[in-house]
Write a protein that binds this ligand. Structure first.
Ligand SMILES: C[S@@+](CC[C@H](N)C(=O)[O-])C[C@H]1O[C@@H](n2cnc3c(N)ncnc32)[C@H](O)[C@@H]1O
Length: 505
């Protein structure tokens, strides 16, 4: 029985693929190289993908799709039916509306065989349950999911349009509350389709573009440079992506979008697009999967609030810290969080700590001339981390690690055990796949923090040894403390602040 079901599912998968290929080839203006085909890559967890049948040369065309076949707002008949409703909608909301319309038309839609190929369920973070999101606790990505704000936006933008035009958005129910609920579900589904499948259709002819190069923008903006038109480009979105092995790219010409090889692709190899240098947290948020080769782009965020709280816990004057922060913020030199990227091997601490983070730390730790806002940028470029700065950052990172619910070692153990099904118990209500992806993401962030801590520790040890050897230096260090900072973090204070102490302030 189970075998029969698997066979039926495989048949259906194949049937949908061949319907799509027929549809694509049937359009008189499309072009498709005979050297590529769609492949079933589900056994490797990658759904459908494009593979070569014969070798391809760099620059060779793989397929071309006329612009009028791109599923974009102005190509849908909905646009001509209710043009006024689109006037105030941004590219995201317009395309969501059009996708729901075309989706509900089923086989009346000119894109039906293509739409049937697109998934209706996703592993993107928008669809994770609270229990699953809890496994990402500590990662800044949790605050970027934006489910609530998306729904709030739709309540004012596309939902009223769909509720008002029942005939254009027919559902199985006429009950207003049920309709609203179903339409919201469709909005999430199509919004996620756009996130993982759509392309930015740049106005420049002969340019090339990344898939979804721009992240989810302000959806209430009409088209502008930062918020380009989005479109679903059939076939182009059947390419999976790979950070290192990408070998094809979509080129935008006046009348066509053309996928071309960017490298030699041997026979029976997969054709990969490039999603850009995305950290795994964003790969998971936007595309619902992670692979190891995106780990080089991992990042971790540290908030300015945490640094301020740690500094205040050490006895620094809170009003002084607030003032320093405000000065830097008003000059646009710092934001409310700092991003540390995964250090490349051999990187020095000064290259790892971003300049904006350095500026805040220096402003906090070095009252007086050195931290004068007009000179900060130059000062941090010219000098290495001072001992007190290293201590503040070290303690901040110790606290930051406390945001996660497990240690780096525990995450490594979990991942090892998860390789063997049933060896590690899954948290209640969390699927194996999502648990594993969450642990990979949080482990990557902790690795960055640990690497930075190790370098800080080395720096502090070197400073401490030097001070021990040179009593004059020790004296100088002690007397440098000013009335403004009241107190500076010194090596002996490492780990003297509990996580809760800094967070609770
Ligand atoms: C543009 S679609 C590519 C076609 C997709 N595989 C399908 O079956 O419809 C992007 C989605 O494909 C999957 N994907 C892309 N690259 C992948 C990879 N290297 N490994 C696993 N899944 C991948 C992710 O689910 C992502 O959201």
């Amino acid at each position: 029985m189970a075998e029969e079901q698997t066979e039926n599912a495989a048949d259906r998968f194949q049937e949908l693929s061949s319907n799509f290929l027929k549809w694509f080839k049937f359009n008189p203006d499309t072009r498709l190289s005979t050297k590529i085909t769609l492949a079933d890559l589900r056994s490797g967890g990658a759904g459908r993908g494009v593979v070569t049948i014969a070798a391809i040369s760099p620059g060779e065309e793989l397929f071309a799709i006329p612009r009028n076949l791109v599923l974009q707002t102005t190509n849908s008949e909905l646009y001509s039916k209710i043009p006024d409703f689109f006037a105030d909608l941004g590219p995201w909301d317009s395309l969501i509306l059009v996708l729901i319309y075309e989706y509900l038309r089923r086989d009346s839609s000119p894109w039906f065989p293509y739409l049937q190929l697109l998934p209706t369920t996703f592993d993107t973070l928008m669809f994770w349950t609270p229990a699953e999101l809890l496994e990402l606790q500590g990662s800044a990505v949790v605050d970027k999911v934006g489910k609530g704000s998306a729904e709030e936006n739709w309540n004012h933008t596309i939902l009223p349009i769909m509720m008002e035009n029942e005939a254009l958005f027919p559902l199985s129910t006429e009950n207003a509350t049920d309709r609203q609920r179903q339409l919201l579900r469709f909005a999430h589904m199509t919004g996620s389709m756009i996130m993982a499948y759509a392309f930015d259709l740049d106005a420049d002819s002969y340019g090339s573009s990344d898939q979804n190069a721009a992240d989810e923008g302000d959806s209430d903006l009409t088209e502008d440079e930062d918020n380009p038109t989005k479109g679903m480009v059939a076939f182009a979105d059947m390419l999976n992506a790979d950070a290192h092995r990408n070998n094809a790219r979509l080129f935008h010409e006046n009348d066509f979008l053309i996928m071309k090889a960017t490298k030699v692709i041997r026979a029976e190899e997969e054709v990969f697009n490039d999603y850009g240098p995305l950290p795994r947290s964003d790969l998971l948020r936007m595309y619902g999967y992670v692979t190891d080769n995106y780990s080089t782009f991992d990042v971790v965020e540290i908030s300015a609030d945490l640094i301020e709280n740690v500094a205040a816990s050490s006895g620094m004057d809170r009003s002084y810290l607030i003032q320093k922060r405000r000065d830097l913020e008003s000059l646009g030199l710092i934001d409310d969080a700092f991003v540390i990227v995964r250090p490349k091997s051999g990187s020095k601490l000064d290259d790892i700590i971003p300049e904006d983070l350095r500026m805040l730390i220096t402003a906090f730790c070095q009252p007086g001339e050195k931290s004068h806002t007009s000179k900060l940028s130059q000062n941090v470029k010219e000098s290495s981390l001072a001992l007190s700065e290293a201590c503040l950052l070290f303690t901040t990172i110790t606290n930051r690690l406390g945001d996660y619910k497990s240690s780096l070692q525990e995450d490594s153990d979990i991942l090892e055990k998860l390789k063997y099904k049933d060896k590690h118990p899954l948290p209640d209500g969390v699927s194996h796949k999502r648990y594993e992806m969450a642990v990979q993401v949080r482990k990557g962030e902790k690795e960055i923090l640990q690497q930075v801590m190790q370098q800080l520790q080395d720096l502090v040890n070197a400073h401490t040894r030097q001070i021990a050897r040179d009593p004059a230096k020790r004296k100088k260090n002690e007397t440098k403390t000013t009335s403004l900072s009241k107190k500076r973090l010194m090596p002996e204070q490492f780990n003297s602040f509990s996580t809760s102490e800094a967070h609770d302030q």
